[in-house]
Design a protein around this ligand. Structure first.
Ligand code: HEM
Length: 523
């Protein structure tokens, strides 16, 4: 008689063999793709994620730690990694394939949102697909316009001046800050709070709101710093009686309560105005007011309370950490490359002189933005994008061994397309000397090459929001201060860089705390 445990073993063996056979069939169907087997155990995603923790600046980055494929450039376009569970991944670092995939983004090619969702406060533009995504995007996109950007500039400039008045910046004409990220994070948080939600919080303020368990800024920081945990952990974990779990749970509940209350107030206000025949178009300069107004004017096609909450939550998160980290990385890279910093400073002086820069100067500040683009190329905050074709598709791309030859690559429906932003942005074909910080390379490049903000119909909605904020903050700061590295205790730049500039991959890519010294420039 077959014992229960043996039956279980047999079943497991049959299952594994079945998967191997399925993988073999997939490999046969994916014609022309350079294939490489990686035998990954059931905890596939973990096995893929683990080697990602860090990479050495200066070496090519490959998803599969055992592969030298990318650095040898034999498999430049695509790695195929069959999984024991699930059908497989295609890893892509080819700019041509990337653009073909992202041009169909949203409809024929979709985000596999299930299981890794950002919709726990409501469906939103980031965590939806197909017609639902189109509806979110149609209502949300007009909220990002010139008036919003003018407001972003004004608020960033005000916060910069307030920051200089804070205790920390009054310490003298040469100050070393152990973690400059604290300033860029505070700036990015307060800018999105003001221009996104009309919460005009001062640099040193910590405002409260009726019924919340902490101040508004504290609540937002707790929510965003625990986002990855909130996505990965099952919801019931938050009910475990522990102080940390309680704090996280309360911060999410508070944020939801706060957003619900503000949305209801805004809707009531709009309906009151409509009832007395007043103007229904928005007079708000903030994204929140525009979003609620646009949604109301769509009638039954507008967003419901939970969808509005979901979108506001996503703007708060997407518009905060990404910009903060890219800003601090830009400053650190400019401190390492002092000649680039001095070029930018000279350009600012020639363009602005001694007056305060304004939003009208934005288009003349190319070199400042180029440094920000270059930092987002080397440290792309959205370091991976995963997509799933809804039907079989064919990608056309170059064979790197015969650049004149183009090949068709068949991708079966359901195979996950994994766009490696680090690899894409360090592809030597698009970016010669890919590991070097060369802001001037953006002078002659097309905006389409800036793939760190994605490409196609689902391109980052806050791209210009981030550019305006960055241009304003960097122009003010670099005009007034020289940014230096504090190399005390380090024998070289490289040693410093290895300690502070390694990438940490969580929900976005960031670095650890970056210590920087600011030295007042003569006025
Ligand atoms: C340095 C700053 C930023 C970077 C590098 C960045 C990068 C990205 C990337 C790569 C995506 C595509 C994600 C994917 O398809 O999986 C994206 C989407 C998005 N970003 Fe950003 N982002 C930044 C700032 C912002 C800001 C400031 C906002 C809002 C205020 C914002 C709002 C969004 C939204 C709403 C989407 C989803 C668009 C859609 O799916 O239709 N981002 N961003």
């Amino acid at each position: 008689m077959l014992s229960a445990s043996n039956a279980l073993l047999l079943f497991a063996a049959a299952y594994v063999l079945g998967r191997i056979y399925a993988i073999w069939k997939i490999l046969q169907s994916v014609k022309g793709v350079p294939v490489q087997f990686v035998l990954i155990q059931p905890l596939t995603s973990l096995a893929i994620l683990l080697p990602h923790g860090r990479w050495n600046p200066g070496t090519h980055y490959v998803w599969d730690a055992r592969s030298t494929a990318y650095s040898e450039r034999r498999f430049e376009a695509i790695h195929f990694v069959p999984l024991l569970y699930g059908s497989g991944y295609l890893y892509n670092v080819s700019p041509e394939a990337y653009k073909q995939i992202m041009s169909q983004d949203g409809m024929d090619i979709q985000k596999p949102v299930e299981g890794l969702t950002l919709d726990f406060l409501g469906s939103n533009v980031v965590a939806s697909n197909g017609d639902m995504w189109k509806r979110h995007r149609k209502i949300a996109a007009p909220a990002f316009n010139q008036e919003t950007y003018a407001d972003v500039w004004e608020v960033t400039a005000r916060l910069y001046h307030e920051m200089l008045q804070s205790e920390a910046w009054k310490a003298g004409d040469s100050i070393t800050f152990p973690a400059f990220n604290h300033f860029t994070t505070r700036i990015a948080l307060l800018v999105i709070a003001a221009c996104g939600f009309d919460m005009r919080i001062g640099w040193d303020e910590s405002p409260s709101y009726p019924g919340l368990h902490s101040t508004i800024d504290r609540m937002i920081v707790t929510v965003s710093s625990n986002l990855l945990f909130r996505i990965l952990a099952p919801a019931w974990i938050l009910s475990i009686p522990s102080a940390i779990m309680r704090r996280i749970k309360i911060s999410y509940e508070d944020l939801q309560r706060y957003l619900h209350a503000e949305i209801s107030n805004k809707r009531a206000d709009l309906r009151k105005r409509k009832a007395v025949g007043g103007a229904t178009e928005t007079t708000d300069r903030n994204v929140f007011g525009r979003l609620v107004t646009a949604s109301e004017s769509e009638g039954s096609r507008g967003l419901d309370l939970s969808e509005l909450t979901g979108n506001l939550f996503i703007f708060l998160f997407a518009g905060h950490e990404t910009t903060a980290h890219t800003l601090v990385v830009t400053l650190a890279l400019l401190a390492v490359h002092m000649e680039e910093q001095e070029n930018i400073c000279r350009h600012i002086q020639e363009t602005i002189g001694n007056r305060d820069p304004t939003f009208q100067d934005y288009s003349a500040l190319g070199p400042v933005l180029h440094a920000f683009y270059e930092a987002s190329r080397l440290y792309p905050a959205g370091y991976v994008q995963i997509r799933e074709p809804q039907s079989n598709i064919v990608l056309k791309f170059h064979d790197t061994e015969r650049p004149d030859a183009q090949r068709d690559v068949f991708v079966a429906k359901g195979i996950l397309l994994c766009m490696d932003q680090v690899g894409l942005n360090r592809n030597p074909r698009t970016f010669p000397q890919p590991e070097d910080f060369i802001p001037s390379r953006w002078r002659d490049k097309s905006a389409d090459d800036l793939v760190a903000f994605s490409f196609g119909p689902r391109v980052c909605l806050g791209k210009k929001f981030a550019f305006v904020e960055a241009a304003c903050f960097l122009t003010h700061l670099l005009r007034d201060w020289k940014i230096e590295l504090d190399l005390t205790g380090y024998s070289s730049f490289e040693e410093w860089q290895a300690k502070y500039m390694y990438p940490l991959m969580g929900i976005t890519l960031k670095t650890g705390d970056v210590p920087l010294r600011v030295v007042k420039r003569p006025s």
